[in-house]
Every structure is written in C-alpha cells, then in structure tokens.
Ligand binder design. Structure first.
Ligand code: KIV
Length: 271
C-alpha cells in the first residue's frame, strides 16, 4: 500500500513521507467547487488555488491584478468541495512582498476565511522575512522559485529561468534558505531539468515541478490547460490529457442547432 493511498486526508506530513520513500506527489490547480470536487474525487494529493485564476478565470494577461478578496473567494469554493487533498492557496501579488506584517495579516485572512491548509509565496531570500513571520502563526508555507509569474515585469518574458550558472546557484541558495526557514515544499517553475534534479537531491522537503523535468518529487499543471479548455497556451512542458475545448464547442453547437430546429426539448423532456 502506498503512502498516498493510505492517506484519508493529505497533510504536509504525508508529502514529507512521500518524498522520503520516493513516491511521486500529484498536484493540480482548481478555482471553483464543481471542478475541485472532480479533481479531489479522482485522488489528487494537492489542490493549488493558484493565482493563475487571474488568467484562467478573470481573463487577465498576468497574475498581477488578482486581489486577496478574489483569492479568498476562489479558495472558499474549492475548500467546500474537498474531502482528501491538501489545499494550498496562492498569496497574490502585493500581499507579502516587502512587508512581513502585511504578509502575516494576509495569510491569517486566507486561513481564517477559507479553511485552506497552507499558503504559497513566490520568491527566495527577498521574501524570507515574510515566510518566517507567517510561520510564527503556525501556517504552513510552500515556496515557488524559477519562473515566478508575479515578477513578469522584472523578467520581461515567460521564458525558462536559471539557465546560466549565476542564476542557477542563486536558485539553489534560495531553495536551501526556504527549506531552512521551514517551508514544507517548493514549486520549481520552468527551470532546466538537470538543475531541478540537483536541487531536489539536496533538499529534504519535496519539490513540485512545472516545466522542471521528471526528477522533481511531484508535478503540477494548471487544470484548464491539461484538460484542453484553454487553447491559446501551449508551452513545451504542457501535456494535454483531454480536449474539453472541442467537446464544449461541439456540445454548444449541437444545443444551438437543436433549439433552433425545435428538436429540444422533445416530448420526454417536457412536463
Ligand atoms: O498559479 C498557479 O497556477 C501556479 C502554478 C503554475 C504552480 O502557481
């Protein structure tokens, strides 16, 4: 029996045990009740209420505009749906950078108002004060290194990060600092696979990759991307497991045709 199959409720401790025995951790995003219910029911280990909701749900170009109130709303919807998965909630841009008191207050709001189990913050040394202060309230923190979309205006592009030695060694130092500060896990986004493997081997906490190769301790994807609902986003790391975009298009077109032809509803579908 695996550790994941034994866990009635996944905790940060479950993830730590999974890393120790080399059992892969599965993580997907969700932002609403209905899809979170399906994702949790299918047996995912971690649900991330990602600030990618800014793009996927709200149609923004970046994750920068989403607010704490928006994230709390999405997390409330997800938490109501989940029986087993660990629910991690992204702290949005502007709620933790440069002000550890603001970080603590924001994290406490997330935990109190949503019932989520942990928060995720983007960045390394520069946000360490906030990470540590949040932990003083007993709130578990997941880190996020590599491509950190909240800093898109600093990077200028969504390209692979840490390809050069200097940035790679900075990432290693950041990962170690986050582990030392007490983070229970770190997401690596869009970094070279060999770097992700090297850093993963040097950490005792699990790493979750997105575009970071197979040697991370787990993987995460944005649900709407892997289901083929979002069509205009096709990075190399993305594997599509369904084509729901086409299924929805076909279904809606059939419905329109049936209504226009008075084929819907039929006698069995009326009272
Ligand atoms: O917001 C998000 O969906 C994320 C994942 C890409 C890791 O942070």
């Amino acid at each position: 029996m695996t550790i994941a199959s034994r866990a009635k409720k996944v905790t940060t401790h479950t993830l730590h045990e999974m890393k120790q025995v080399g059992e892969k951790i599965t993580m997907l995003t969700s932002y609403d009740y209905s899809l979170a219910r399906l994702v949790d029911g299918a047996g995912i280990d971690v649900i991330l209420v990602g600030d990618s909701a800014s793009n996927v749900m709200a149609g923004n170009d970046t994750t920068v505009p989403i607010t704490l109130d928006h994230m709390i709303y999405h997390a409330q919807c997800v938490v109501k749906a989940v029986d087993r998965a660990l629910v991690v909630v992204d702290m949005p841009f502007g709620t933790y950078q440069g002000d550890s008191k603001n970080a603590l207050d924001s994290a406490i709001r997330i935990m109190k108002e949503t019932g989520g189990h942990a928060v995720k913050l983007e960045g390394g040394m520069e946000i360490l004060d906030s990470v540590k202060r949040i932990m003083t309230a007993g709130i578990p923190v997941m880190g996020h290194l590599g491509l950190t979309p909240q800093s898109i205006y600093k990077f200028g592009t969504y390209t692979v990060r840490a390809k050069e030695d200097l940035e790679a060694s900075r990432l290693l130092a950041d990962a170690k600092a986050l582990e030392e500060a007490g983070c229970f896990s770190i997401v690596f986004e869009k970094i070279p696979a060999d770097l992700a493997e090297r850093v993963t081997k040097q950490l005792t906490i699990p790493t979750i990759g997105i575009g970071a190769g197979v040697e991370c301790d787990g993987q995460v994807l944005v649900l709407h991307d892997m289901l083929g609902i979002t069509k205009d986003f096709s990075p190399r790391f993305l594997r599509r497991y369904a084509d729901l975009g086409t299924a929805i298009d076909t279904s809606v077109k059939s419905y329109i045709k049936d209504v226009r032809n008075s084929d819907f509803p039929n006698k069995d579908e009326e009272y």
